[in-house]
Design a protein around this ligand. Sequence first.
Ligand SMILES: *Cc1c(COP(=O)(O)O)cnc(C)c1O
Length: 414
Amino acid sequence: MKSWKLRGNRDIKTASEFSIARVIDEVKTNLNPKDERPIIPLSIGDPSIFPCFRTTQVAEDALVAALRSANFNGYAPKGGLLQAKRSLAEFLSCNLPYKLSPDDVYVTLGAKQAIDIVLSALRRPGANILLPRPGYPAYEALSVVNQLEVRHFDLVQEKDWEVDLNGVETIADDRTVAMVIINPGNPCGNVYTRDHLQKIAETARKLGILVVADEAYAHLTYGSNPFVPMGVFGSIAPVLTLGSLSKRWMVPGWRIGWITRSDPDGILEEQGIVECIKRSLNTNTEAATFIQAALPQILETTKTDAFFTKTVNILKEDADVCYEQLKEIPCFTCLQKPQGSLFLMVKLDLTLLQGINNDMEFCSKLAKEESVILLPGFVLRMKDWVRVTFGIEPSALEEGLARIKAFCLRYAAK
Ligand SMILES: *Cc1c(COP(=O)(O)O)cnc(C)c1O
């Protein structure tokens, strides 16, 4: 018999171990098909399925016009169409102390590809990268794929989920190439102050490393801390900022994102990182040309369109309702009202629950008995916590929270 020499890639298996999609699928296997109530997905990262978040018509029209012009049926240049890069440079300069040039911007297939490209550019034998815990699992997965060793630093709940900067210094060594921050925070719903961002930059400078700033939720803020882009501190330490249309415009399926370089002293150029990013873009797939072509008009919409204020108002109301309701449930600890993004983290006190031994069991039973889906915290390296997506249609959120409350009451330890 022929012996085939095929083997699956083990790295891919390791990389997907902490995949949100995989664990959510597992939680969903518990759903009871006899429950006639609608399933409430307090686990999603894509609220575009809800009518209240339908994107602005101006953006839709811009896309249609670009498509109908028949000027954008070909491949886009690697790194992006010039008009897209120009408009992004201008748009992303607006909160910075200096102006970005189109050369500082690369268009990507969503923020996800931006992560992959940056990590691939940083890869070298023995290098390690510092990631937040809790964080966004794509970083862990793509670090494995790009053969970067992952080291975690903690976000401190008691300090509004600020980075434990002493911890960062402890785990870094001379093979550390970068630290990642996510601001506004997924999964904690926090927004960093200008002061804290500056301290992060100073720590990176001390360690001689790059800051990768994931700003997928830029401007989706509604608390007392305004959104400050990390690029403001590019002269302290070089910053690569990742962003996309996905969350703010509620169009993750359009697959448009970007990498921007805030590095007025040219350190990334000097260190060869810029060259590696360009080469990585050369071997990757570019974002759809007609969507890139519509970017100038799409970015314009933020200036006047009521869509953005409406979205932020809904999220603010959602965040308030979610925080107030969860606070009332004895087995949950949730210290701060979220100020940004679509998520918050809640700690489970299992001693107050009968017959539930961990976060996965909590989520599985909740799916089975209440048709509500939550993300178990272990996926985000926070065992016995859960992540709640509050950024959904408000009526569905209220219904979901009521069912969670009933569930916890039923399991309350006597
Ligand atoms: C959603 C998300 C991404 C990926 O964004 P896309 O543009 O959909 O690829 C990256 N980082 C964080 C923190 C996210 O929540």
